[in-house]
Design a protein. Structure first.
Length: 177
């Protein structure tokens, strides 16, 4: 397995590395499965190249995140909120009028990444309520609260879900498949 000095790009296969540093790689050409020891990956954050028994080569990106992200491209909505306790129950109270359309680009069990329109006023630490429909066969509707953790170029926001007690099987199943 060779390691390139280029960062992850769209034609790479993202491979989730488990806690024991094992990973399963599937050839996109013939679908042969390989068990890989990720300890041999010398440079994290770089692509690797694997040549399959079928003779084809393909690029890999080893994902060492505890909670892997899954790429997607769906329309969604957000609104800013403040969370307060009312009679011992945590409630999300809207602080903005209506929902704003966004493009949801990735999701994990613990967070979400999306692009907001130009001119937004969100800052790190702001709380938002997000709603969108997954592109799975069930068309699962997701409604979660999150806190903005990262603002990046192109109006990209990285958010962490705050409703940790919330069991969202649809999100977990979607990310892991």
């Amino acid at each position: 397995m060779k390691t390139n000095q280029t960062k992850k790009h769209s034609n790479c296969q993202a491979v989730h590395v488990r806690q024991d540093n094992s990973a399963t790689v599937v050839c996109p050409h013939c679908e042969i499965r390989y068990a890989v020891n990720a300890r041999k990956v010398r440079i994290r954050g770089r692509t690797s190249k694997l040549r399959c028994k079928c003779g084809q080569s393909f690029s890999l990106f080893f994902e060492f995140r505890e909670n892997p992200r899954r790429e997607l491209n769906v329309e969604g909505y957000y609104r800013t909120i403040k969370e307060i306790y009312i009679k011992g129950v945590l409630r999300a109270i809207p602080t903005s009028e209506g929902f704003v359309r966004v493009l949801v680009q990735n999701i994990s069990r613990t967070g979400i990444g999306f692009v907001v329109p130009t001119g937004h006023r969100l800052q790190v630490g702001d709380r938002v309520e997000v709603m969108f429909t997954l592109d799975d066969t069930k068309r699962s509707r997701i409604e979660r609260t999150a806190v903005v953790r990262r603002l990046a170029e192109g109006n990209y926001l990285g958010c962490e879900f705050t409703d940790f007690g919330h069991v969202d099987r649809d999100t977990g199943f979607y990310v892991m498949t």
